[in-house]
Design a binder for this molecule. Structure first.
Ligand SMILES: Nc1ncnc2c1ncn2[C@@H]1O[C@H](COP(=O)(O)OP(=O)(O)OP(=O)(O)O)[C@@H](O)[C@H]1O
Ligand SMILES: [Mg+2]
Length: 312
């Protein structure tokens, strides 16, 4: 029995192959897989690169960025079916598998801040609710992309003499390997991808203590994420005092602490922001296991032994 779980995001995609004894047979990482922005060919290519010589599985559960809308879900289903034969093929938004990997199917709230951002909730009847996650043009407040774009805009203004230069200017120019406003504009419109822009968020976090611009950008990002959580909590009618967090931004303890602080302000009570044990891709495996009607506890015990499936 072969069970495939995939987590496809705006920067990277992870694939895990599992057998019926809850043993991991393979783990691979590949390029971004946002099905709202990629073509059918490009989605098939990313999935194919993760599968290598694997072409048939019993059940495949894929959480893919952008799969929340009907048209994008249909495109993703066509693309995946071209490269993979699965007796059961289930595709859902990446945030949904992240939710299952966090709450383990219990009611709860999750904030995601990776390349994009979204808040998701699960109620006691198994209904899911979402807030945000409308993509980089309409939304994604508080995400890596959102922070990275603000870094770029601030640096452009500094080079245009509209803001006072700071350390942020020096570090960003060094990172992007440019030195003038012309070079920055040329690079931005010719080559920078959503994922490239999101990677600039790391600079803002590194300079958080010493640079006033970075403090402002990160502070606003964390406040936006707290608002997302509040919005989804109201939608779902959940009033828990623990909220889960997933996504690259929460690898930063500064970011996690500040988001927790903002949550306390927005919810007007003590909220604990908790990094779940398992990474989002585990949610795809749990969903498949549950679909097969098998006991989740034995799977959870086994998966705890694989460090690449755990959050740091
Ligand atoms: N150590 C770190 N500290 C702070 N931020 C980080 C760190 N590592 C990555 N990031 C941020 O996280 C982003 C990538 O997030 P993640 O790994 O969750 O990607 P993803 O799953 O492809 O994205 P998404 O699920 O939002 O589509 C990077 O672009 C960067 O902004
Ligand atoms: Mg992700």
């Amino acid at each position: 029995m072969l069970i495939l779980g995939i987590d496809g995001g705006g920067t990277k995609t992870e694939a895990v192959l599992l057998d019926e004894k809850a043993r991991i047979l393979n783990y691979r990482r590949g390029e971004a897989c946002n099905v709202a922005t990629l073509s059918e060919d490009a989605i098939a290519k990313v999935i194919c690169s993760l599968l290598k010589d694997l072409s048939k599985v019993d059940i495949a559960v894929l959480g893919l960025a952008g799969a929340g809308r009907k048209k994008h879900l249909e495109k993703a289903t066509r693309a995946v079916s071209r490269v993979l034969e699965a007796k059961q093929l289930i595709i859902m938004p990446d945030a949904e598998i992240a939710l299952y990997s966090s709450t383990l199917f219990k009611p709860g709230i999750l904030i995601i801040a990776g390349t994009g951002s979204i808040a998701y909730a699960l109620d006691s009847s198994g209904n899911t609710y979402r807030c945000g996650g409308l993509g980089y043009l309409l939304d994604d407040e508080g995400s890596g992309y959102w922070i990275g774009l603000r870094v770029l805009q601030t640096v452009a203004k500094m080079l245009d003499s509209r803001e006072k230069p700071s350390l942020l200017l020096e570090k960003t120019l060094e990172f992007l390997n440019v030195s003038t406003l012309d070079e920055l504009v040329e690079l931005t419109y010719s080559r920078l991808t959503v994922s490239d822009i999101a990677s600039l968020a790391k600079i803002a976090l590194e300079l958080f203590e010493e640079d006033v611009y970075c403090r402002r950008i990160i502070g606003e990002a964390c406040r936006e994420l707290a608002q997302l959580a509040k919005c989804v909590a109201i939608k779902a009618g959940i009033s828990s005092s623990t909220i889960f967090c997933q996504g690259g931004l929460f690898d930063s303890s500064t970011f996690t602490k500040l988001t927790e602080l903002m949550l306390r302000k927005v919810f007007k009570k003590k909220i604990e922001l908790k990094k779940p044990l398992f990474k989002p891709v585990v949610g795809a495996l749990l969903f498949a296991w549950k679909k097969l009607g098998w006991d989740l506890d034995s799977l959870l015990v086994s998966l705890k032994n694989y460090s690449f499936l755990l959050n740091e």
